[in-house]
Design a protein around this ligand. Structure first.
Ligand code: AMP
Ligand code: GLY
Length: 439
């Protein structure tokens, strides 16, 4: 089989790397890819949103399966386009992808399907939103409706901050015209976040192991939100009891509601869940693999990923129910980013030490924003590498990941030093625990 992965981040490198291990994969292409996907697969210089050229390539090369990494091409309808032409593709249709591309769609679905989430109201006029927030308790969260590269979510501690958020989203349209047409205003939830990714095809749901991301830029969860600074798998927070509750109260009703609306979901359904004192609550849905969650997930997955993704596309996912195989060992991924990320950052800086890090056993350095120039690898984006290691224990995986990080250098490299600490710390004594969320 010939496979094409669409995208160019760390998630796509992990997908290419894992798909290439399938005995049935003859060649794995990546469009447009990065320096890492060029090592484990073959790069094709076509951007992820250039559907015309992707279709021509797939037809010319007789690609058997296309796998879409990022949300943007999904929300623009890449799957609808391919399906209409009879080309096999992994991912949800444009309407199903609204679970991620429209927060209004997602929250309304949760309300109708009785999926636990923060209490909310939707507004399409700034004056109504202003009046409402004047009557609420704080903290509040103001969310732009559409895709905003993770930046359209504003946590507000005071009325002034909430008024400023409404101004930015709806009046100044900082996150785009379409994204700012409607806002969701909701309660801020307290607790720890868990990423639950599940393969979904029709009514069949096969959850992957729980992972935990680190969204904030700096240690101790401080600083601005990013795409994710590191992740580990499995997340011990995801006890059997909690995962059962998430399956029963979140995944099943969501997938059924999509079917009832005649918008069946096919692909990866990713629920960002806050574990509150009252139980799990959905913060957001994504309609694709998480980045960097995919990196520690796929180094642990033993099942052939190509078989699995094909089963989703061909609606045979039931053959994998309860049958996924995992490496017992935990994995930790530490993201090395460009100095300044998620704000302005330099590009084109040489990266040293990749060959030395590659020699460490059970370590895989996934590339994100990198580009090859002659025999050098240069930085080419905000998140540059996802240094991922397996270990006998989570502490061991963490130590090995940081050992590899220490071998890699580029100017102004920034990474968090506390990835997975959360899962290793003993539980805080009761007096230090966060106060109960009042709903
Ligand atoms: P979203 O794009 O809706 O997932 O929001 C991005 C991030 O903002 C989430 O991963 C959370 O860290 C945070 N967030 C969103 N909604 C809430 C909420 N209601 N309470 C607390 N944090 C939130
Ligand atoms: N790591 C968060 C995301 O993929 O959206």
């Amino acid at each position: 089989m010939k496979v094409l992965v669409v995208g160019k981040g760390g998630r796509e490198h992990a997908l290419v790397w894992k798909l290439a291990q399938s005995p049935r994969a003859e060649r794995v292409f990546c469009a447009p890819g990065n320096a890492g996907t060029a090592e484990d697969g073959v790069n094709v210089p076509i951007e992820a949103n250039d559907f015309d050229r992707l279709v021509s390539f797939v037809r010319k090369e007789k690609i058997d399966l296309t796998v879409v990494g990022p949300e943007e091409p999904l929300s623009l309808g890449i799957v609808d386009r391919f399906q209409k032409l009879g080309l096999r593709i992994f991912g949800p249709t444009k309407t199903a992808a609204q679970l991620e591309s429209s927060k209004v769609f997602a929250k309304s679905l949760m309300r109708h399907a009785d999926v636990p989430t923060a209490d909310f109201r939707i507004f399409d006029h700034p004056e109504h939103a202003r009046r409402y927030i004047g009557t609420r308790d704080y903290p509040l969260v103001v969310k732009a409706d559409g895709l905003a590269a993770g930046k359209g979510v504003l946590v507000c501690s005071t009325n002034e901050e909430a008024l400023a958020a409404i101004e930015r989203v709806m009046v100044r349209e900082e996150f785009g015209l379409a994204a700012g047409r409607q806002v969701v205003v909701e309660k801020r939830l307290e607790g720890e976040e868990l990423s639950i990714l599940a393969l979904v095809s029709g009514r069949i749901i096969v959850p992957l192991q729980p992972t935990q991301d680190h969204k904030a830029a700096f240690d101790g969860d401080t600083g601005p939100n990013t795409g994710g600074m590191g992740a580990y798998c499995p997340a011990p927070l995801g006890t059997t009891e909690l995962l059962d509750a998430i399956d029963r109260d979140i995944l099943v009703p969501t997938v059924h509601a999509m079917k009832r609306r005649r918008q069946p979901f096919r692909g990866v359904l990713y629920a960002g869940v806050m574990t509150t004192n009252q139980g799990p609550r959905v913060l957001e849905y994504n309609c694709r693999f998480g980045d960097p969650e995919t990196q520690p997930l796929l180094v642990r997955l033993r099942t052939d990923l190509l078989d699995l993704l094909e089963a989703v596309v061909d609606e045979r996912l039931d053959t994998f129910e309860g049958k996924l195989e995992w490496d017992e060992r935990p994995a930790v991924c530490v993201v090395m980013a460009s100095g300044g990320y998620p704000g302005n950052h330099a590009k084109g800086l040489p990266i040293y030490g990749l060959a030395e890090a590659a020699k460490l056993p059970d370590v895989k350095v996934f590339h994100a924003g990198t580009v090859r120039e002659g025999d050098r690898v240069l930085t080419d984006g905000g998140r540059v590498l996802g240094v991922t290691a397996l270990g006998d224990t989570l502490a061991d995986a963490q130590r090995r990941a940081y050992e590899a990080v220490a071998l890699i250098q580029f100017r102004d490299a920034h990474y968090r030093r506390d990835i997975a600490d959360k899962a290793l710390r003993p539980l805080a004594p009761p007096s230090e625990k966060a106060p109960a969320t009042v709903e």
